[in-house]
Design a protein around this ligand. Structure first.
Ligand code: ASP
Ligand code: MG
Length: 416
């Protein structure tokens, strides 16, 4: 990428493991300084907290008060990035270049006020431009933002990828580079499917689905905004030399989309629960009421199945949620059941996982779903729920079948 864009404007993001120790921070600083000199870059560096640090802060907060206001929570968990920002800037100075650490409130990364899952509204770039004018490399804290009232917010766990892409967009950068501890997106999680291969190029839409459906490579929102602004995004392994392989996310041409593999990847999302409501009295408002209550409690619903047999005065509703949200969802439904004088039976099952096939080519190739179900059926893998879109097929299976299902689907679609 650097050779393709002489004198590039670039945002380099370094994740938690990349800045996980003093030694690694020095390694990052050396690379930043070397690339700046070799390519005459205008670069902005975005950093995560040192690995484990945010978890430590979250755990401390939970030990003290699991119901702390989200404002106080954000103030605590955003602190990890303050430390790594200062350390990386200092390390760059030690390598003989000038650097300036900038926290969100100093730079002006403005967000809405939804603490712990804030969205970026606007980023001021004047401080970055000023750094470049002074020959300084700006080092910016990821993950954090600030409201118009100067309240500290955070973008949600893993959100520093989104900080980096948003800054790249604000700077109209040539590209944004995410430095992490894997080579990029793989056709499946290599720990689960040993035959998985690196995807050298992926369309944003596919990468977004893969990120949302369980691949932990990037914060899904970072891919969403990169797609919206067509910001080229590269994912590379900090621990490999610069010429090592990587994944580049871009918008594929119509022709490339046609020629793209039907399935680009198989992803897995574990720890899913399924809620089933039976003997529900039908009524036009029933479904909307139930999901309004669930949404008010900020529970994310994923797959929904609804079934009503014509002529019968009962219906069935099922949906999936994260395992951690199962109990809350159940108690909301039970309260509703009593209040509405419904006599529905409400059940929850845990121990499920979602296995998905994702690929842009699916949109123009019929038969992918049927092949997917056939492979699972031939191997006696039970499917509890299904959801599909133009470019993905997801099946809920027993957690015990996860690895087998992923391997079988990978073999069927990506190893033929
Ligand atoms: N440090 C934050 C986290 O661990 C943000 C990030 O690393 O992207 O979630
Ligand atoms: Mg991350």
């Amino acid at each position: 990428m650097y050779n393709r864009f002489p004198k590039a404007t670039v945002v380099q993001k370094y994740g938690g493991t990349s800045v996980g120790s003093a030694e690694r921070i020095m390694h990052v600083a050396q690379r930043v300084v070397r690339l700046n000199r070799e390519h005459n870059l205008r670069s902005a560096i975005v950093v995560s907290a040192m690995s484990g640090e945010t978890n430590r802060l979250v755990a401390l907060m939970n030990q003290i008060n699991p119901d702390a206001s989200r404002r106080n929570y954000d103030m605590a968990v955003a602190a990890g990035e303050q430390i790594s920002t200062a350390l990386v800037a200092a390390a760059i100075e030690r390598c003989g270049a000038k650097a300036r650490g900038l926290l969100a409130y100093q730079l002006g990364i403005f967000t809405d006020s939804f603490h712990s899952k804030a969205r970026i509204a606007n980023i001021a770039t004047d401080k970055i431009e000023a750094c470049w004018k002074n020959g300084e490399i700006p080092v910016i804290a990821g993950f954090q933002g600030v409201t118009a009232d100067m309240e500290i917010t955070t973008l949600g766990r893993g959100g520093s990828d989104t900080s980096a892409v948003a800054i790249a967009i604000a700077l109209k950068a040539d590209f944004c580079e995410i430095n992490t501890d894997v080579d990029g997106f793989f056709t499946a999680d290599p720990r689960m499917v040993t035959t998985a291969k690196l995807c050298p190029v992926l369309d944003y839409d596919v990468a977004f689905e893969m990120a949302s459906l369980g691949s932990k490579v990037l914060h899904p929102r970072s891919v969403e905004i990169a797609a919206k602004y067509k910001m080229p995004l590269t994912i590379r392994n900090t621990f490999q030399p610069d010429n090592h392989e990587r994944t580049v996310l871009m918008s594929l041409s119509d022709q490339d989309r046609l020629e793209a593999p039907v399935v680009s990847g198989v992803t897995v999302d574990q720890q899913i629960a399924k809620i089933t409501i039976e003997r529900l009295k039908p009524g036009v408002h029933t479904i909307s009421e139930i999901f309004a209550l669930i949404a008010q409690s900020e529970i994310n619903v994923d797959i929904i199945v609804h079934n009503r047999t014509p002529g019968e005065d009962e219906m069935q509703l099922g949906f999936s949620v994260g395992k951690g949200e199962k109990d809350r969802a159940l108690s909301i439904l039970q309260q509703w059941n009593t209040k509405q004088k419904q006599v529905a039976t409400i059940r929850a099952e845990e121990g499920l996982s979602k296995v998905s096939c994702v690929g842009i080519g699916m949109a123009s190739h019929p038969g992918v779903a049927s092949r997917c179900f056939k492979v699972l059926a031939q191997n006696n893998i039970d499917i509890h729920m299904i959801s599909t879109s133009e470019i993905k097929i997801s099946c809920l299976v027993d957690e015990a079948d996860t690895k087998n299902a992923a391997q079988l689907l990978h073999a069927a679609f990506l190893e033929a």
